[in-house]
Each structure stands twice: as structure tokens, then as C-alpha cells.
Design a protein around this ligand. Sequence first.
Ligand SMILES: NC(=O)C1=CN([C@@H]2O[C@H](COP(=O)(O)OP(=O)(O)OC[C@H]3O[C@@H](n4cnc5c(N)ncnc54)[C@H](OP(=O)(O)O)[C@@H]3O)[C@@H](O)[C@H]2O)C=CC1
Ligand SMILES: O=C(O)C1=N[C@H](C(=O)O)C[C@H](O)C1
Length: 250
Amino acid sequence: MSKLRVAVLGAKGRIGSEAVRAVEAADDMELVAALGRGDTLETLTETGAQAVVELTTPASVMENLEFCVGHGIHAVVGTTGWTDERLAQLNTWLSGSPETGVLIAPNFSIGAVLTMKFAEQAARYFESVEVIELHHPNKADAPSGTATRTAQLIAAAREKAGVAPQPDATATALDGARGADVDGVPVHSVRLRGLLAHQEVLLGGEGETLTLRHDSLHHSSFMPGILLGTRRVVTTPGLTFGLEHFLDLN
Ligand SMILES: NC(=O)C1=CN([C@@H]2O[C@H](COP(=O)(O)OP(=O)(O)OC[C@H]3O[C@@H](n4cnc5c(N)ncnc54)[C@H](OP(=O)(O)O)[C@@H]3O)[C@@H](O)[C@H]2O)C=CC1
Ligand SMILES: O=C(O)C1=N[C@H](C(=O)O)C[C@H](O)C1
């Protein structure tokens, strides 16, 4: 069987360099390009890349995806910074290339995806919920894409269940003391040397609390998800948001 021809964008970065090694080690894939900043995207067509793993920066990802989708190259995207406007733009590009698949995964770690799903399930049973994400200090964005997605899922589940806004009697606060407000869910960002990528979802009800915690201890934690996403995206046209859609969860 012929191998899937895969390219990595952001190949010199923290996660991109790990992805290069993971693709090289996968029996069913061939790494045809490993591109960094300044490298030409034409390399993707010249090398016949069928799928791209996009791990760059929010400032670069849209230009890269416009090229990939425009050339019918499937994409697996870990880069953060997704807004409704960006998703609409991407869908417009995809409508002009209906056989192309794009997976955007706020987090490729299976444990992190499950944490999001568990938080979504638990959200309607508790009065209060707050998210704390903790990352290495070189991370460019806050809150993390994972925390933003987690808060959005929680908020949607609570709205669907008709849960009242959570209690919070704060009358005065220093700017930022109560975190960022993501759809009504407070999200707190910690940046600390020694950490990689961690998240806690704190849920509180009458006389009890539930804490969901996930820790990515090494960039290898993201690789099974990247490889799974790459294998699946080539047969899944259109936009898929979240690795959970490829995990056969019910
Ligand atoms: N979904 C997930 O599971 C995960 C997502 N991420 C996300 O992935 C992104 C990258 O993270 P991380 O590796 O830590 O960041 P890094 O800064 O270490 O890596 C990004 C790399 O992309 C390069 N780059 C920038 N623009 C381009 C471009 N146009 N073409 C090719 N390469 C480019 C950068 O080059 P230069 O240094 O010259 O700027 C850098 O080498 C972030 O958005 C992060 O949040 C990270 C981990 C897991
Ligand atoms: O920048 C990182 O490191 C990570 N970014 C992603 C995010 O913002 O959620 C995924 C993971 O948390 C690691």
C-alpha cells in the first residue's frame, strides 16, 4: 500500500519538531516536506504532499490554509487563534474545494479531549465552574485554545440545560483577578517555567466540588492525535472542529 505523503509546517517549533519525528516514524506515512518560516509553500505541490500538519502561529495559519485548501491538500491544524470570522473564511475556501478536509484540533492529546468532554457532561450538574489553564512561559496566546474551547463547551451545555448564571458576589476586583470571561465562564491563565500544558476544570455545587485535571508532560502526548487526525482527515471532506469527532466517542 502506498504511504500517505505528509508535510509539516512549523517544523522547527516545539510541537512541529516532535511532529516531524512522529511522521517519520509512522509506517504508513512519508514525510515529504518539513517547512519553517520563510520556506515557500510551493514545496507542498512540488513534493506532492497529500496532507499538511499545520503547527505555526495564529499570524501564519490562515495564509497557509488558503494555499493548502486552494491546492486540494488536506490539513490537520493545531495552531490556535480561531475565531468565528476565521472559521467562516476557512469554510468559504473549503466550499470552493469540496473534496478537501481540514481538522482543527484545539488539543491533540487524548486526555485533554476527554477532559473537555467530561467537563461538558458535568457542567449542568454544578452551580459554579471555572477553568484554570497552566502552560510554559513561552506560549504566545492566553487563554489557551483548549481552555477557550472547554469554556465554550461548558457554556453551551449549561445554556442548553437552562442552568442559571453562576453565583459570584464580587463587587470590586483588580483587573484580571477573576480571569477572562469566555461565554460567562471564568478562565484563568498561569505561565510558569517547568510546566508544559495543563488544565483544571473546577466544578462546585452544594457541599461538593469536582476537579477535572489533565497534564501534558511532554510534546509526545500530542502525537497519537496528530497521526490519527492525519489518517482520518484525508477521507473526511470539509471542516472538522475537534479531535473528538475522530475518536468514536458516544
Ligand atoms: N492543538 C494542540 O494539541 C497543540 C497546539 N499547539 C499550538 O501550536 C502552535 C505552535 O506552538 P509551539 O510549537 O509551541 O510554537 P513555536 O513558536 O515553538 O513554533 C512555531 C513555529 O512555526 C514557525 N512559523 C511561523 N510562521 C511560519 C510559517 N508561515 N511557515 C512555517 N513555519 C512558520 C515558527 O518560526 P519562528 O520561530 O521563526 O517564528 C516556529 O518555528 C501554537 O499555536 C500552539 O498553541 C501547541 C501544542 C499542542
Ligand atoms: O502552546 C501550547 O503549548 C499548547 N497550545 C494548545 C492550546 O493553546 O490549547 C494546546 C496545548 O495546550 C499546548
